[in-house]
Design a protein around this ligand. Structure first.
Ligand code: SF4
Length: 383
């Protein structure tokens, strides 16, 4: 049997999609097996490894043990009190503390979903992934959703038969980092795949009956390739029709993203450029029934959400509202939103929030000329 290099402990990775906030996070692999994308700092200098399957099974068994103890103590109404937590907590071993906390959160949230970390856990050998899925089903038959990140290249290497087996065992959503449909940008940022591969992988996931969530990285083309990014990504999405598109704004953009200069120089997009980019992207979507999600904390216009095609016009209206703001109002909104004084564009009608944003501009020395640079630094602080 292959030896695990780490002793057993419950481990969690650094990233999960916002929609998995209430999921039980199970780490199947550590870090990213690719790790070359120029825009992605998450796993830099960290080595990829696969967790010992028996350790994942032990996570599930220990979670089952805690859930059983909680259910026994809670009785019929299922209400979890601090007294119950303290009572069970006395028997928790130090190696189990973090899993116990994860289970408390999961139990309180209804125990409906499980998310596999880290960046690409579907790279596991089919027998191992099937064993883990079986065990989740056995211990937690009421779980409704099991999800994972998955790379396009990895998806293309999984047989249709195995993908279908995963789907039948409850793996019902895969989050793919599409980033862009532009071959030029995919090459510059070293994503390791092409538009055609993205399309084939997306169609393959859908054919297996698995829900597909594609992440689109706003601003990835910078100013020079923004239009190409919007049009090529829309064309890719039109050929896949995924269940969900998640917008994520590129954080900490630097010239190194394109790894070169001259014609390949990367010039960071401003919030206004990104609003124009999203608008062109949504205008170019045709024949899709995808849900567009924009709830990531890095996104400025989180109200650009809805199901295509019905929400197309309302999303474009939101974008036009931002694009047509005066320079002063746009600056106030950018600052107010990033400092969480505003929650959406409608807060520009609230005089007390406007005053708050004005005061912040004065306090931090923000004006129309430096707002984009300062916003960029604020976004880096979210990371
Ligand atoms: S594949 Fe994903 S996790 Fe890995 S380097 Fe690229 S963006 Fe980061």
């Amino acid at each position: 049997m292959k030896k695990e290099i780490f002793p057993y402990s419950f481990e969690q990775g650094p990233v999960r999609p916002p929609a998995e906030a209430n999921s039980l996070l199970l780490l199947l692999t550590r870090n990213c097996p690719w790790n070359h994308c120029t825009f992605c700092p998450i796993y830099k200098d960290k080595k990829f490894s696969i967790r010992f399957v028996e350790h994942v099974i032990r996570d599930i068994d220990t979670a089952y043990k805690f859930v059983s103890l909680i259910k026994n103590q809670c009785g019929d109404d299922g209400r979890l009190t601090q007294a119950i937590i303290n009572k069970i907590g006395k028997s928790v071993k130090p190696v189990e503390y973090s899993l116990f906390n994860a289970v408390l959160h999961w139990y309180s949230a209804g125990m409906k979903s499980v998310f596999f970390q880290d960046a690409n856990s579907i790279i596991l050998k089919p027998a191992a992934l099937i064993k883990i899925l079986h065990h989740i089903n056995k211990c937690f038959p009421d779980v409704e959703r099991i999800t994972s990140f998955g790379r396009t290249q990895t998806i293309l290497n999984i047989s249709d038969k195995n993908l279908k087996a995963y789907a039948d065992l409850g793996l019902n959503r895969i989050h793919v980092g599409l980033e862009t449909g532009s071959d030029k940008i995919l090459k510059l940022v070293k994503k390791g795949c092409t538009k055609e591969m993205h399309i084939r992988a997306g169609q393959k996931i859908k054919k297996a009956g698995i829900e597909l969530s594609e992440c689109v990285l706003l601003g990835l083309g910078g100013k020079n390739l923004s239009k190409e990014h919007a049009l090529e990504t829309a064309d890719t999405i039109n050929q896949i029709n995924p269940s969900i598109i998640r917008f994520l704004t590129l954080a900490a953009p630097t010239a190194e993203i394109f790894g070169g200069h001259g014609s390949d120089e990367y010039i960071p997009s401003t919030d206004l450029d990104i609003a124009e980019e999203i608008k062109l992207f949504i205008e170019s979507l045709n024949g899709v029934t995808t849900y567009i999600e924009s709830n990531n904390i890095l996104n400025l216009l989180q109200e650009v959400e809805g199901t295509m095609p019905d929400a197309k016009e309302s999303m474009i209206d939101v974008l036009n509202s931002f694009i047509s703001l005066s320079d002063d109002d746009r600056m106030l909104f950018q600052v107010g939103k990033r400092l969480r004084i505003f929650s959406g564009l409608s807060d520009l009608n609230d005089s007390s929030r406007i005053n708050g944003a004005y005061e912040a501009c004065i306090k931090y020395g923000i004006n129309k000329n430096n707002v984009d640079k300062i916003i960029s630094k604020m976004i880096q602080n979210y990371m």
